[in-house]
Design a protein around this ligand. Structure first.
Ligand code: SF4
Length: 362
């Protein structure tokens, strides 16, 4: 198959692994930010093929994992309301809230529907004028343009029964938060290629300068990741920092300007709570005041929600690269994909799910 096989060729992978082994002279810790990259690393066994000096830790780049518990609980409260059709991507349906998940609300009779795009939710709103359609707008900069488009179109169409529960998050402030932590051990980053396809990598340059770290924008196939890891390690070994782009086939420095313009019309940067991590300054996108009529929290007055986290889940430490999933006492015992205690075991991009699926134990 063209454009996939060439990024999985074993012979090229062996060459890159050998080059990494020749390059590394001392211990380094690097983080891949995106959960999709975590899955590729574990699925293809890259973590086991690197020199023992190299530690790869996993970052907060799983949108399902970082959606705050309060918003999950609000989603559940909305889905229980009789007039509402609550729509969401499939991954969110099984994320545990304080008391159950969206799928259990559906089982109890709530109208919860899985959609593949916010535009599907928009169509539902057109077809069901007597119902209120709420879309769970979750995700990083990758989903923000499509979500912005849906909200923008809803206004153009004059739809009065469509709104979003907004949980959009932004990657660069999270990287900065990790680097600001006095216990941080991460020395270099693999940045998520798809986020940079939208946003470019200009936002990463001041971070790389300020904290003197190498950041390499990287794709998602095994050879992309091996090459990205090689580029980070080479910069570290040479004492260099700055941003490099491994994913040149998709990413330009300025990103997709049209998508950024659309996002800027509908959203504005705001502070946001990240599940397990806490408040990330500038870490979210919220609806601009002129689009506030599409804000489900405002429309349905969801005050007075009190949240209760699982006391055993250490997702926050995992999402910041401080611990690995197998450090969690519940991993693979009380917490499995069938009975998840935390979001990283549910999501297709979650680190705990990846460790479970690909059999990584201490
Ligand atoms: S294994 Fe389960 S309980 Fe432990 S950190 Fe992962 S999601 Fe949380």
């Amino acid at each position: 198959m063209k454009f996939v096989d060439e990024y999985r060729r074993e012979e090229d992978a062996r060459k890159l692994i050998a080059a990494i082994h020749r390059l590394v002279t001392k211990p380094w810790t690097i983080m891949e930010v995106c959960g999709g990259q975590t899955h590729t690393i574990l699925k293809s066994g890259i973590d086991r093929l690197l020199p023992p000096e190299v530690t790869v830790v996993h970052g907060p780049g799983c949108p399902v994992c970082v959606t705050p518990l309060e918003l999950i609980d609000k989603a559940i409260a909305l889905a229980r309301m009789p007039r509402i059709i609550f729509t969401s991507f499939g991954d969110m349906l099984r994320v545990p809230g304080s008391d159950g998940d969206l799928l259990s609300v559906k089982a109890q009779g709530g109208d919860v529907r899985m959609v593949y795009s916010p535009l599907d939710a928009l169509r539902l709103a057109q077809k069901n004028p007597e119902r209120e359609i709420v879309f769970f707008a979750v995700g990083f900069e990758t989903t923000a343009p499509a979500n912005a488009m849906a909200i923008w179109q809803a206004r153009q169409m004059g739809l009065k029964n469509f709104s979003v529960l907004c949980a959009q998050v932004r990657v660069p402030p999270a990287i900065e938060l990790i680097l600001n932590d006095p216990h941080n051990k991460v020395q270099g980053f693999i940045a998520a290629g798809h986020v940079c396809t939208v946003m470019g990598y200009w936002e990463y340059e001041p971070i790389a300068e300020k904290y003197r770290v190498p950041i390499v924008v990287t794709g998602f196939e095994p050879l992309d990741l091996l090459q990205g890891i090689y580029m980070v390690l080479r910069a570290l070994e040479e004492g260099r920092w700055g941003v490099e782009n491994q994913y040149v086939r998709s990413v330009r420095r300025e990103g997709n300007l049209q998508a950024q313009r659309l996002m800027g019309e509908v959203f504005q940067i705001c502070d946001r709570q990240w599940r397990g991590i806490g408040l990330v300054r500038g870490g979210g996108l919220c609806l601009k005041p002129e689009f506030s009529e599409f804000d489900a929290e405002r429309r349905f007055g969801l005050q007075g929600i009190t949240v209760s986290e699982s006391p055993v889940c250490i997702a926050g430490d995992i999402l910041q690269g401080k611990k690995k999933p197998y450090d969690c006492p519940a991993f693979g015992r009380d917490c499995t994909p069938e009975h998840p205690l935390g979001a990283p075991m549910v999501s297709s991009e979650g680190a705990c799910a990846a460790y479970y699926q690909y059999g990584r134990e201490r």
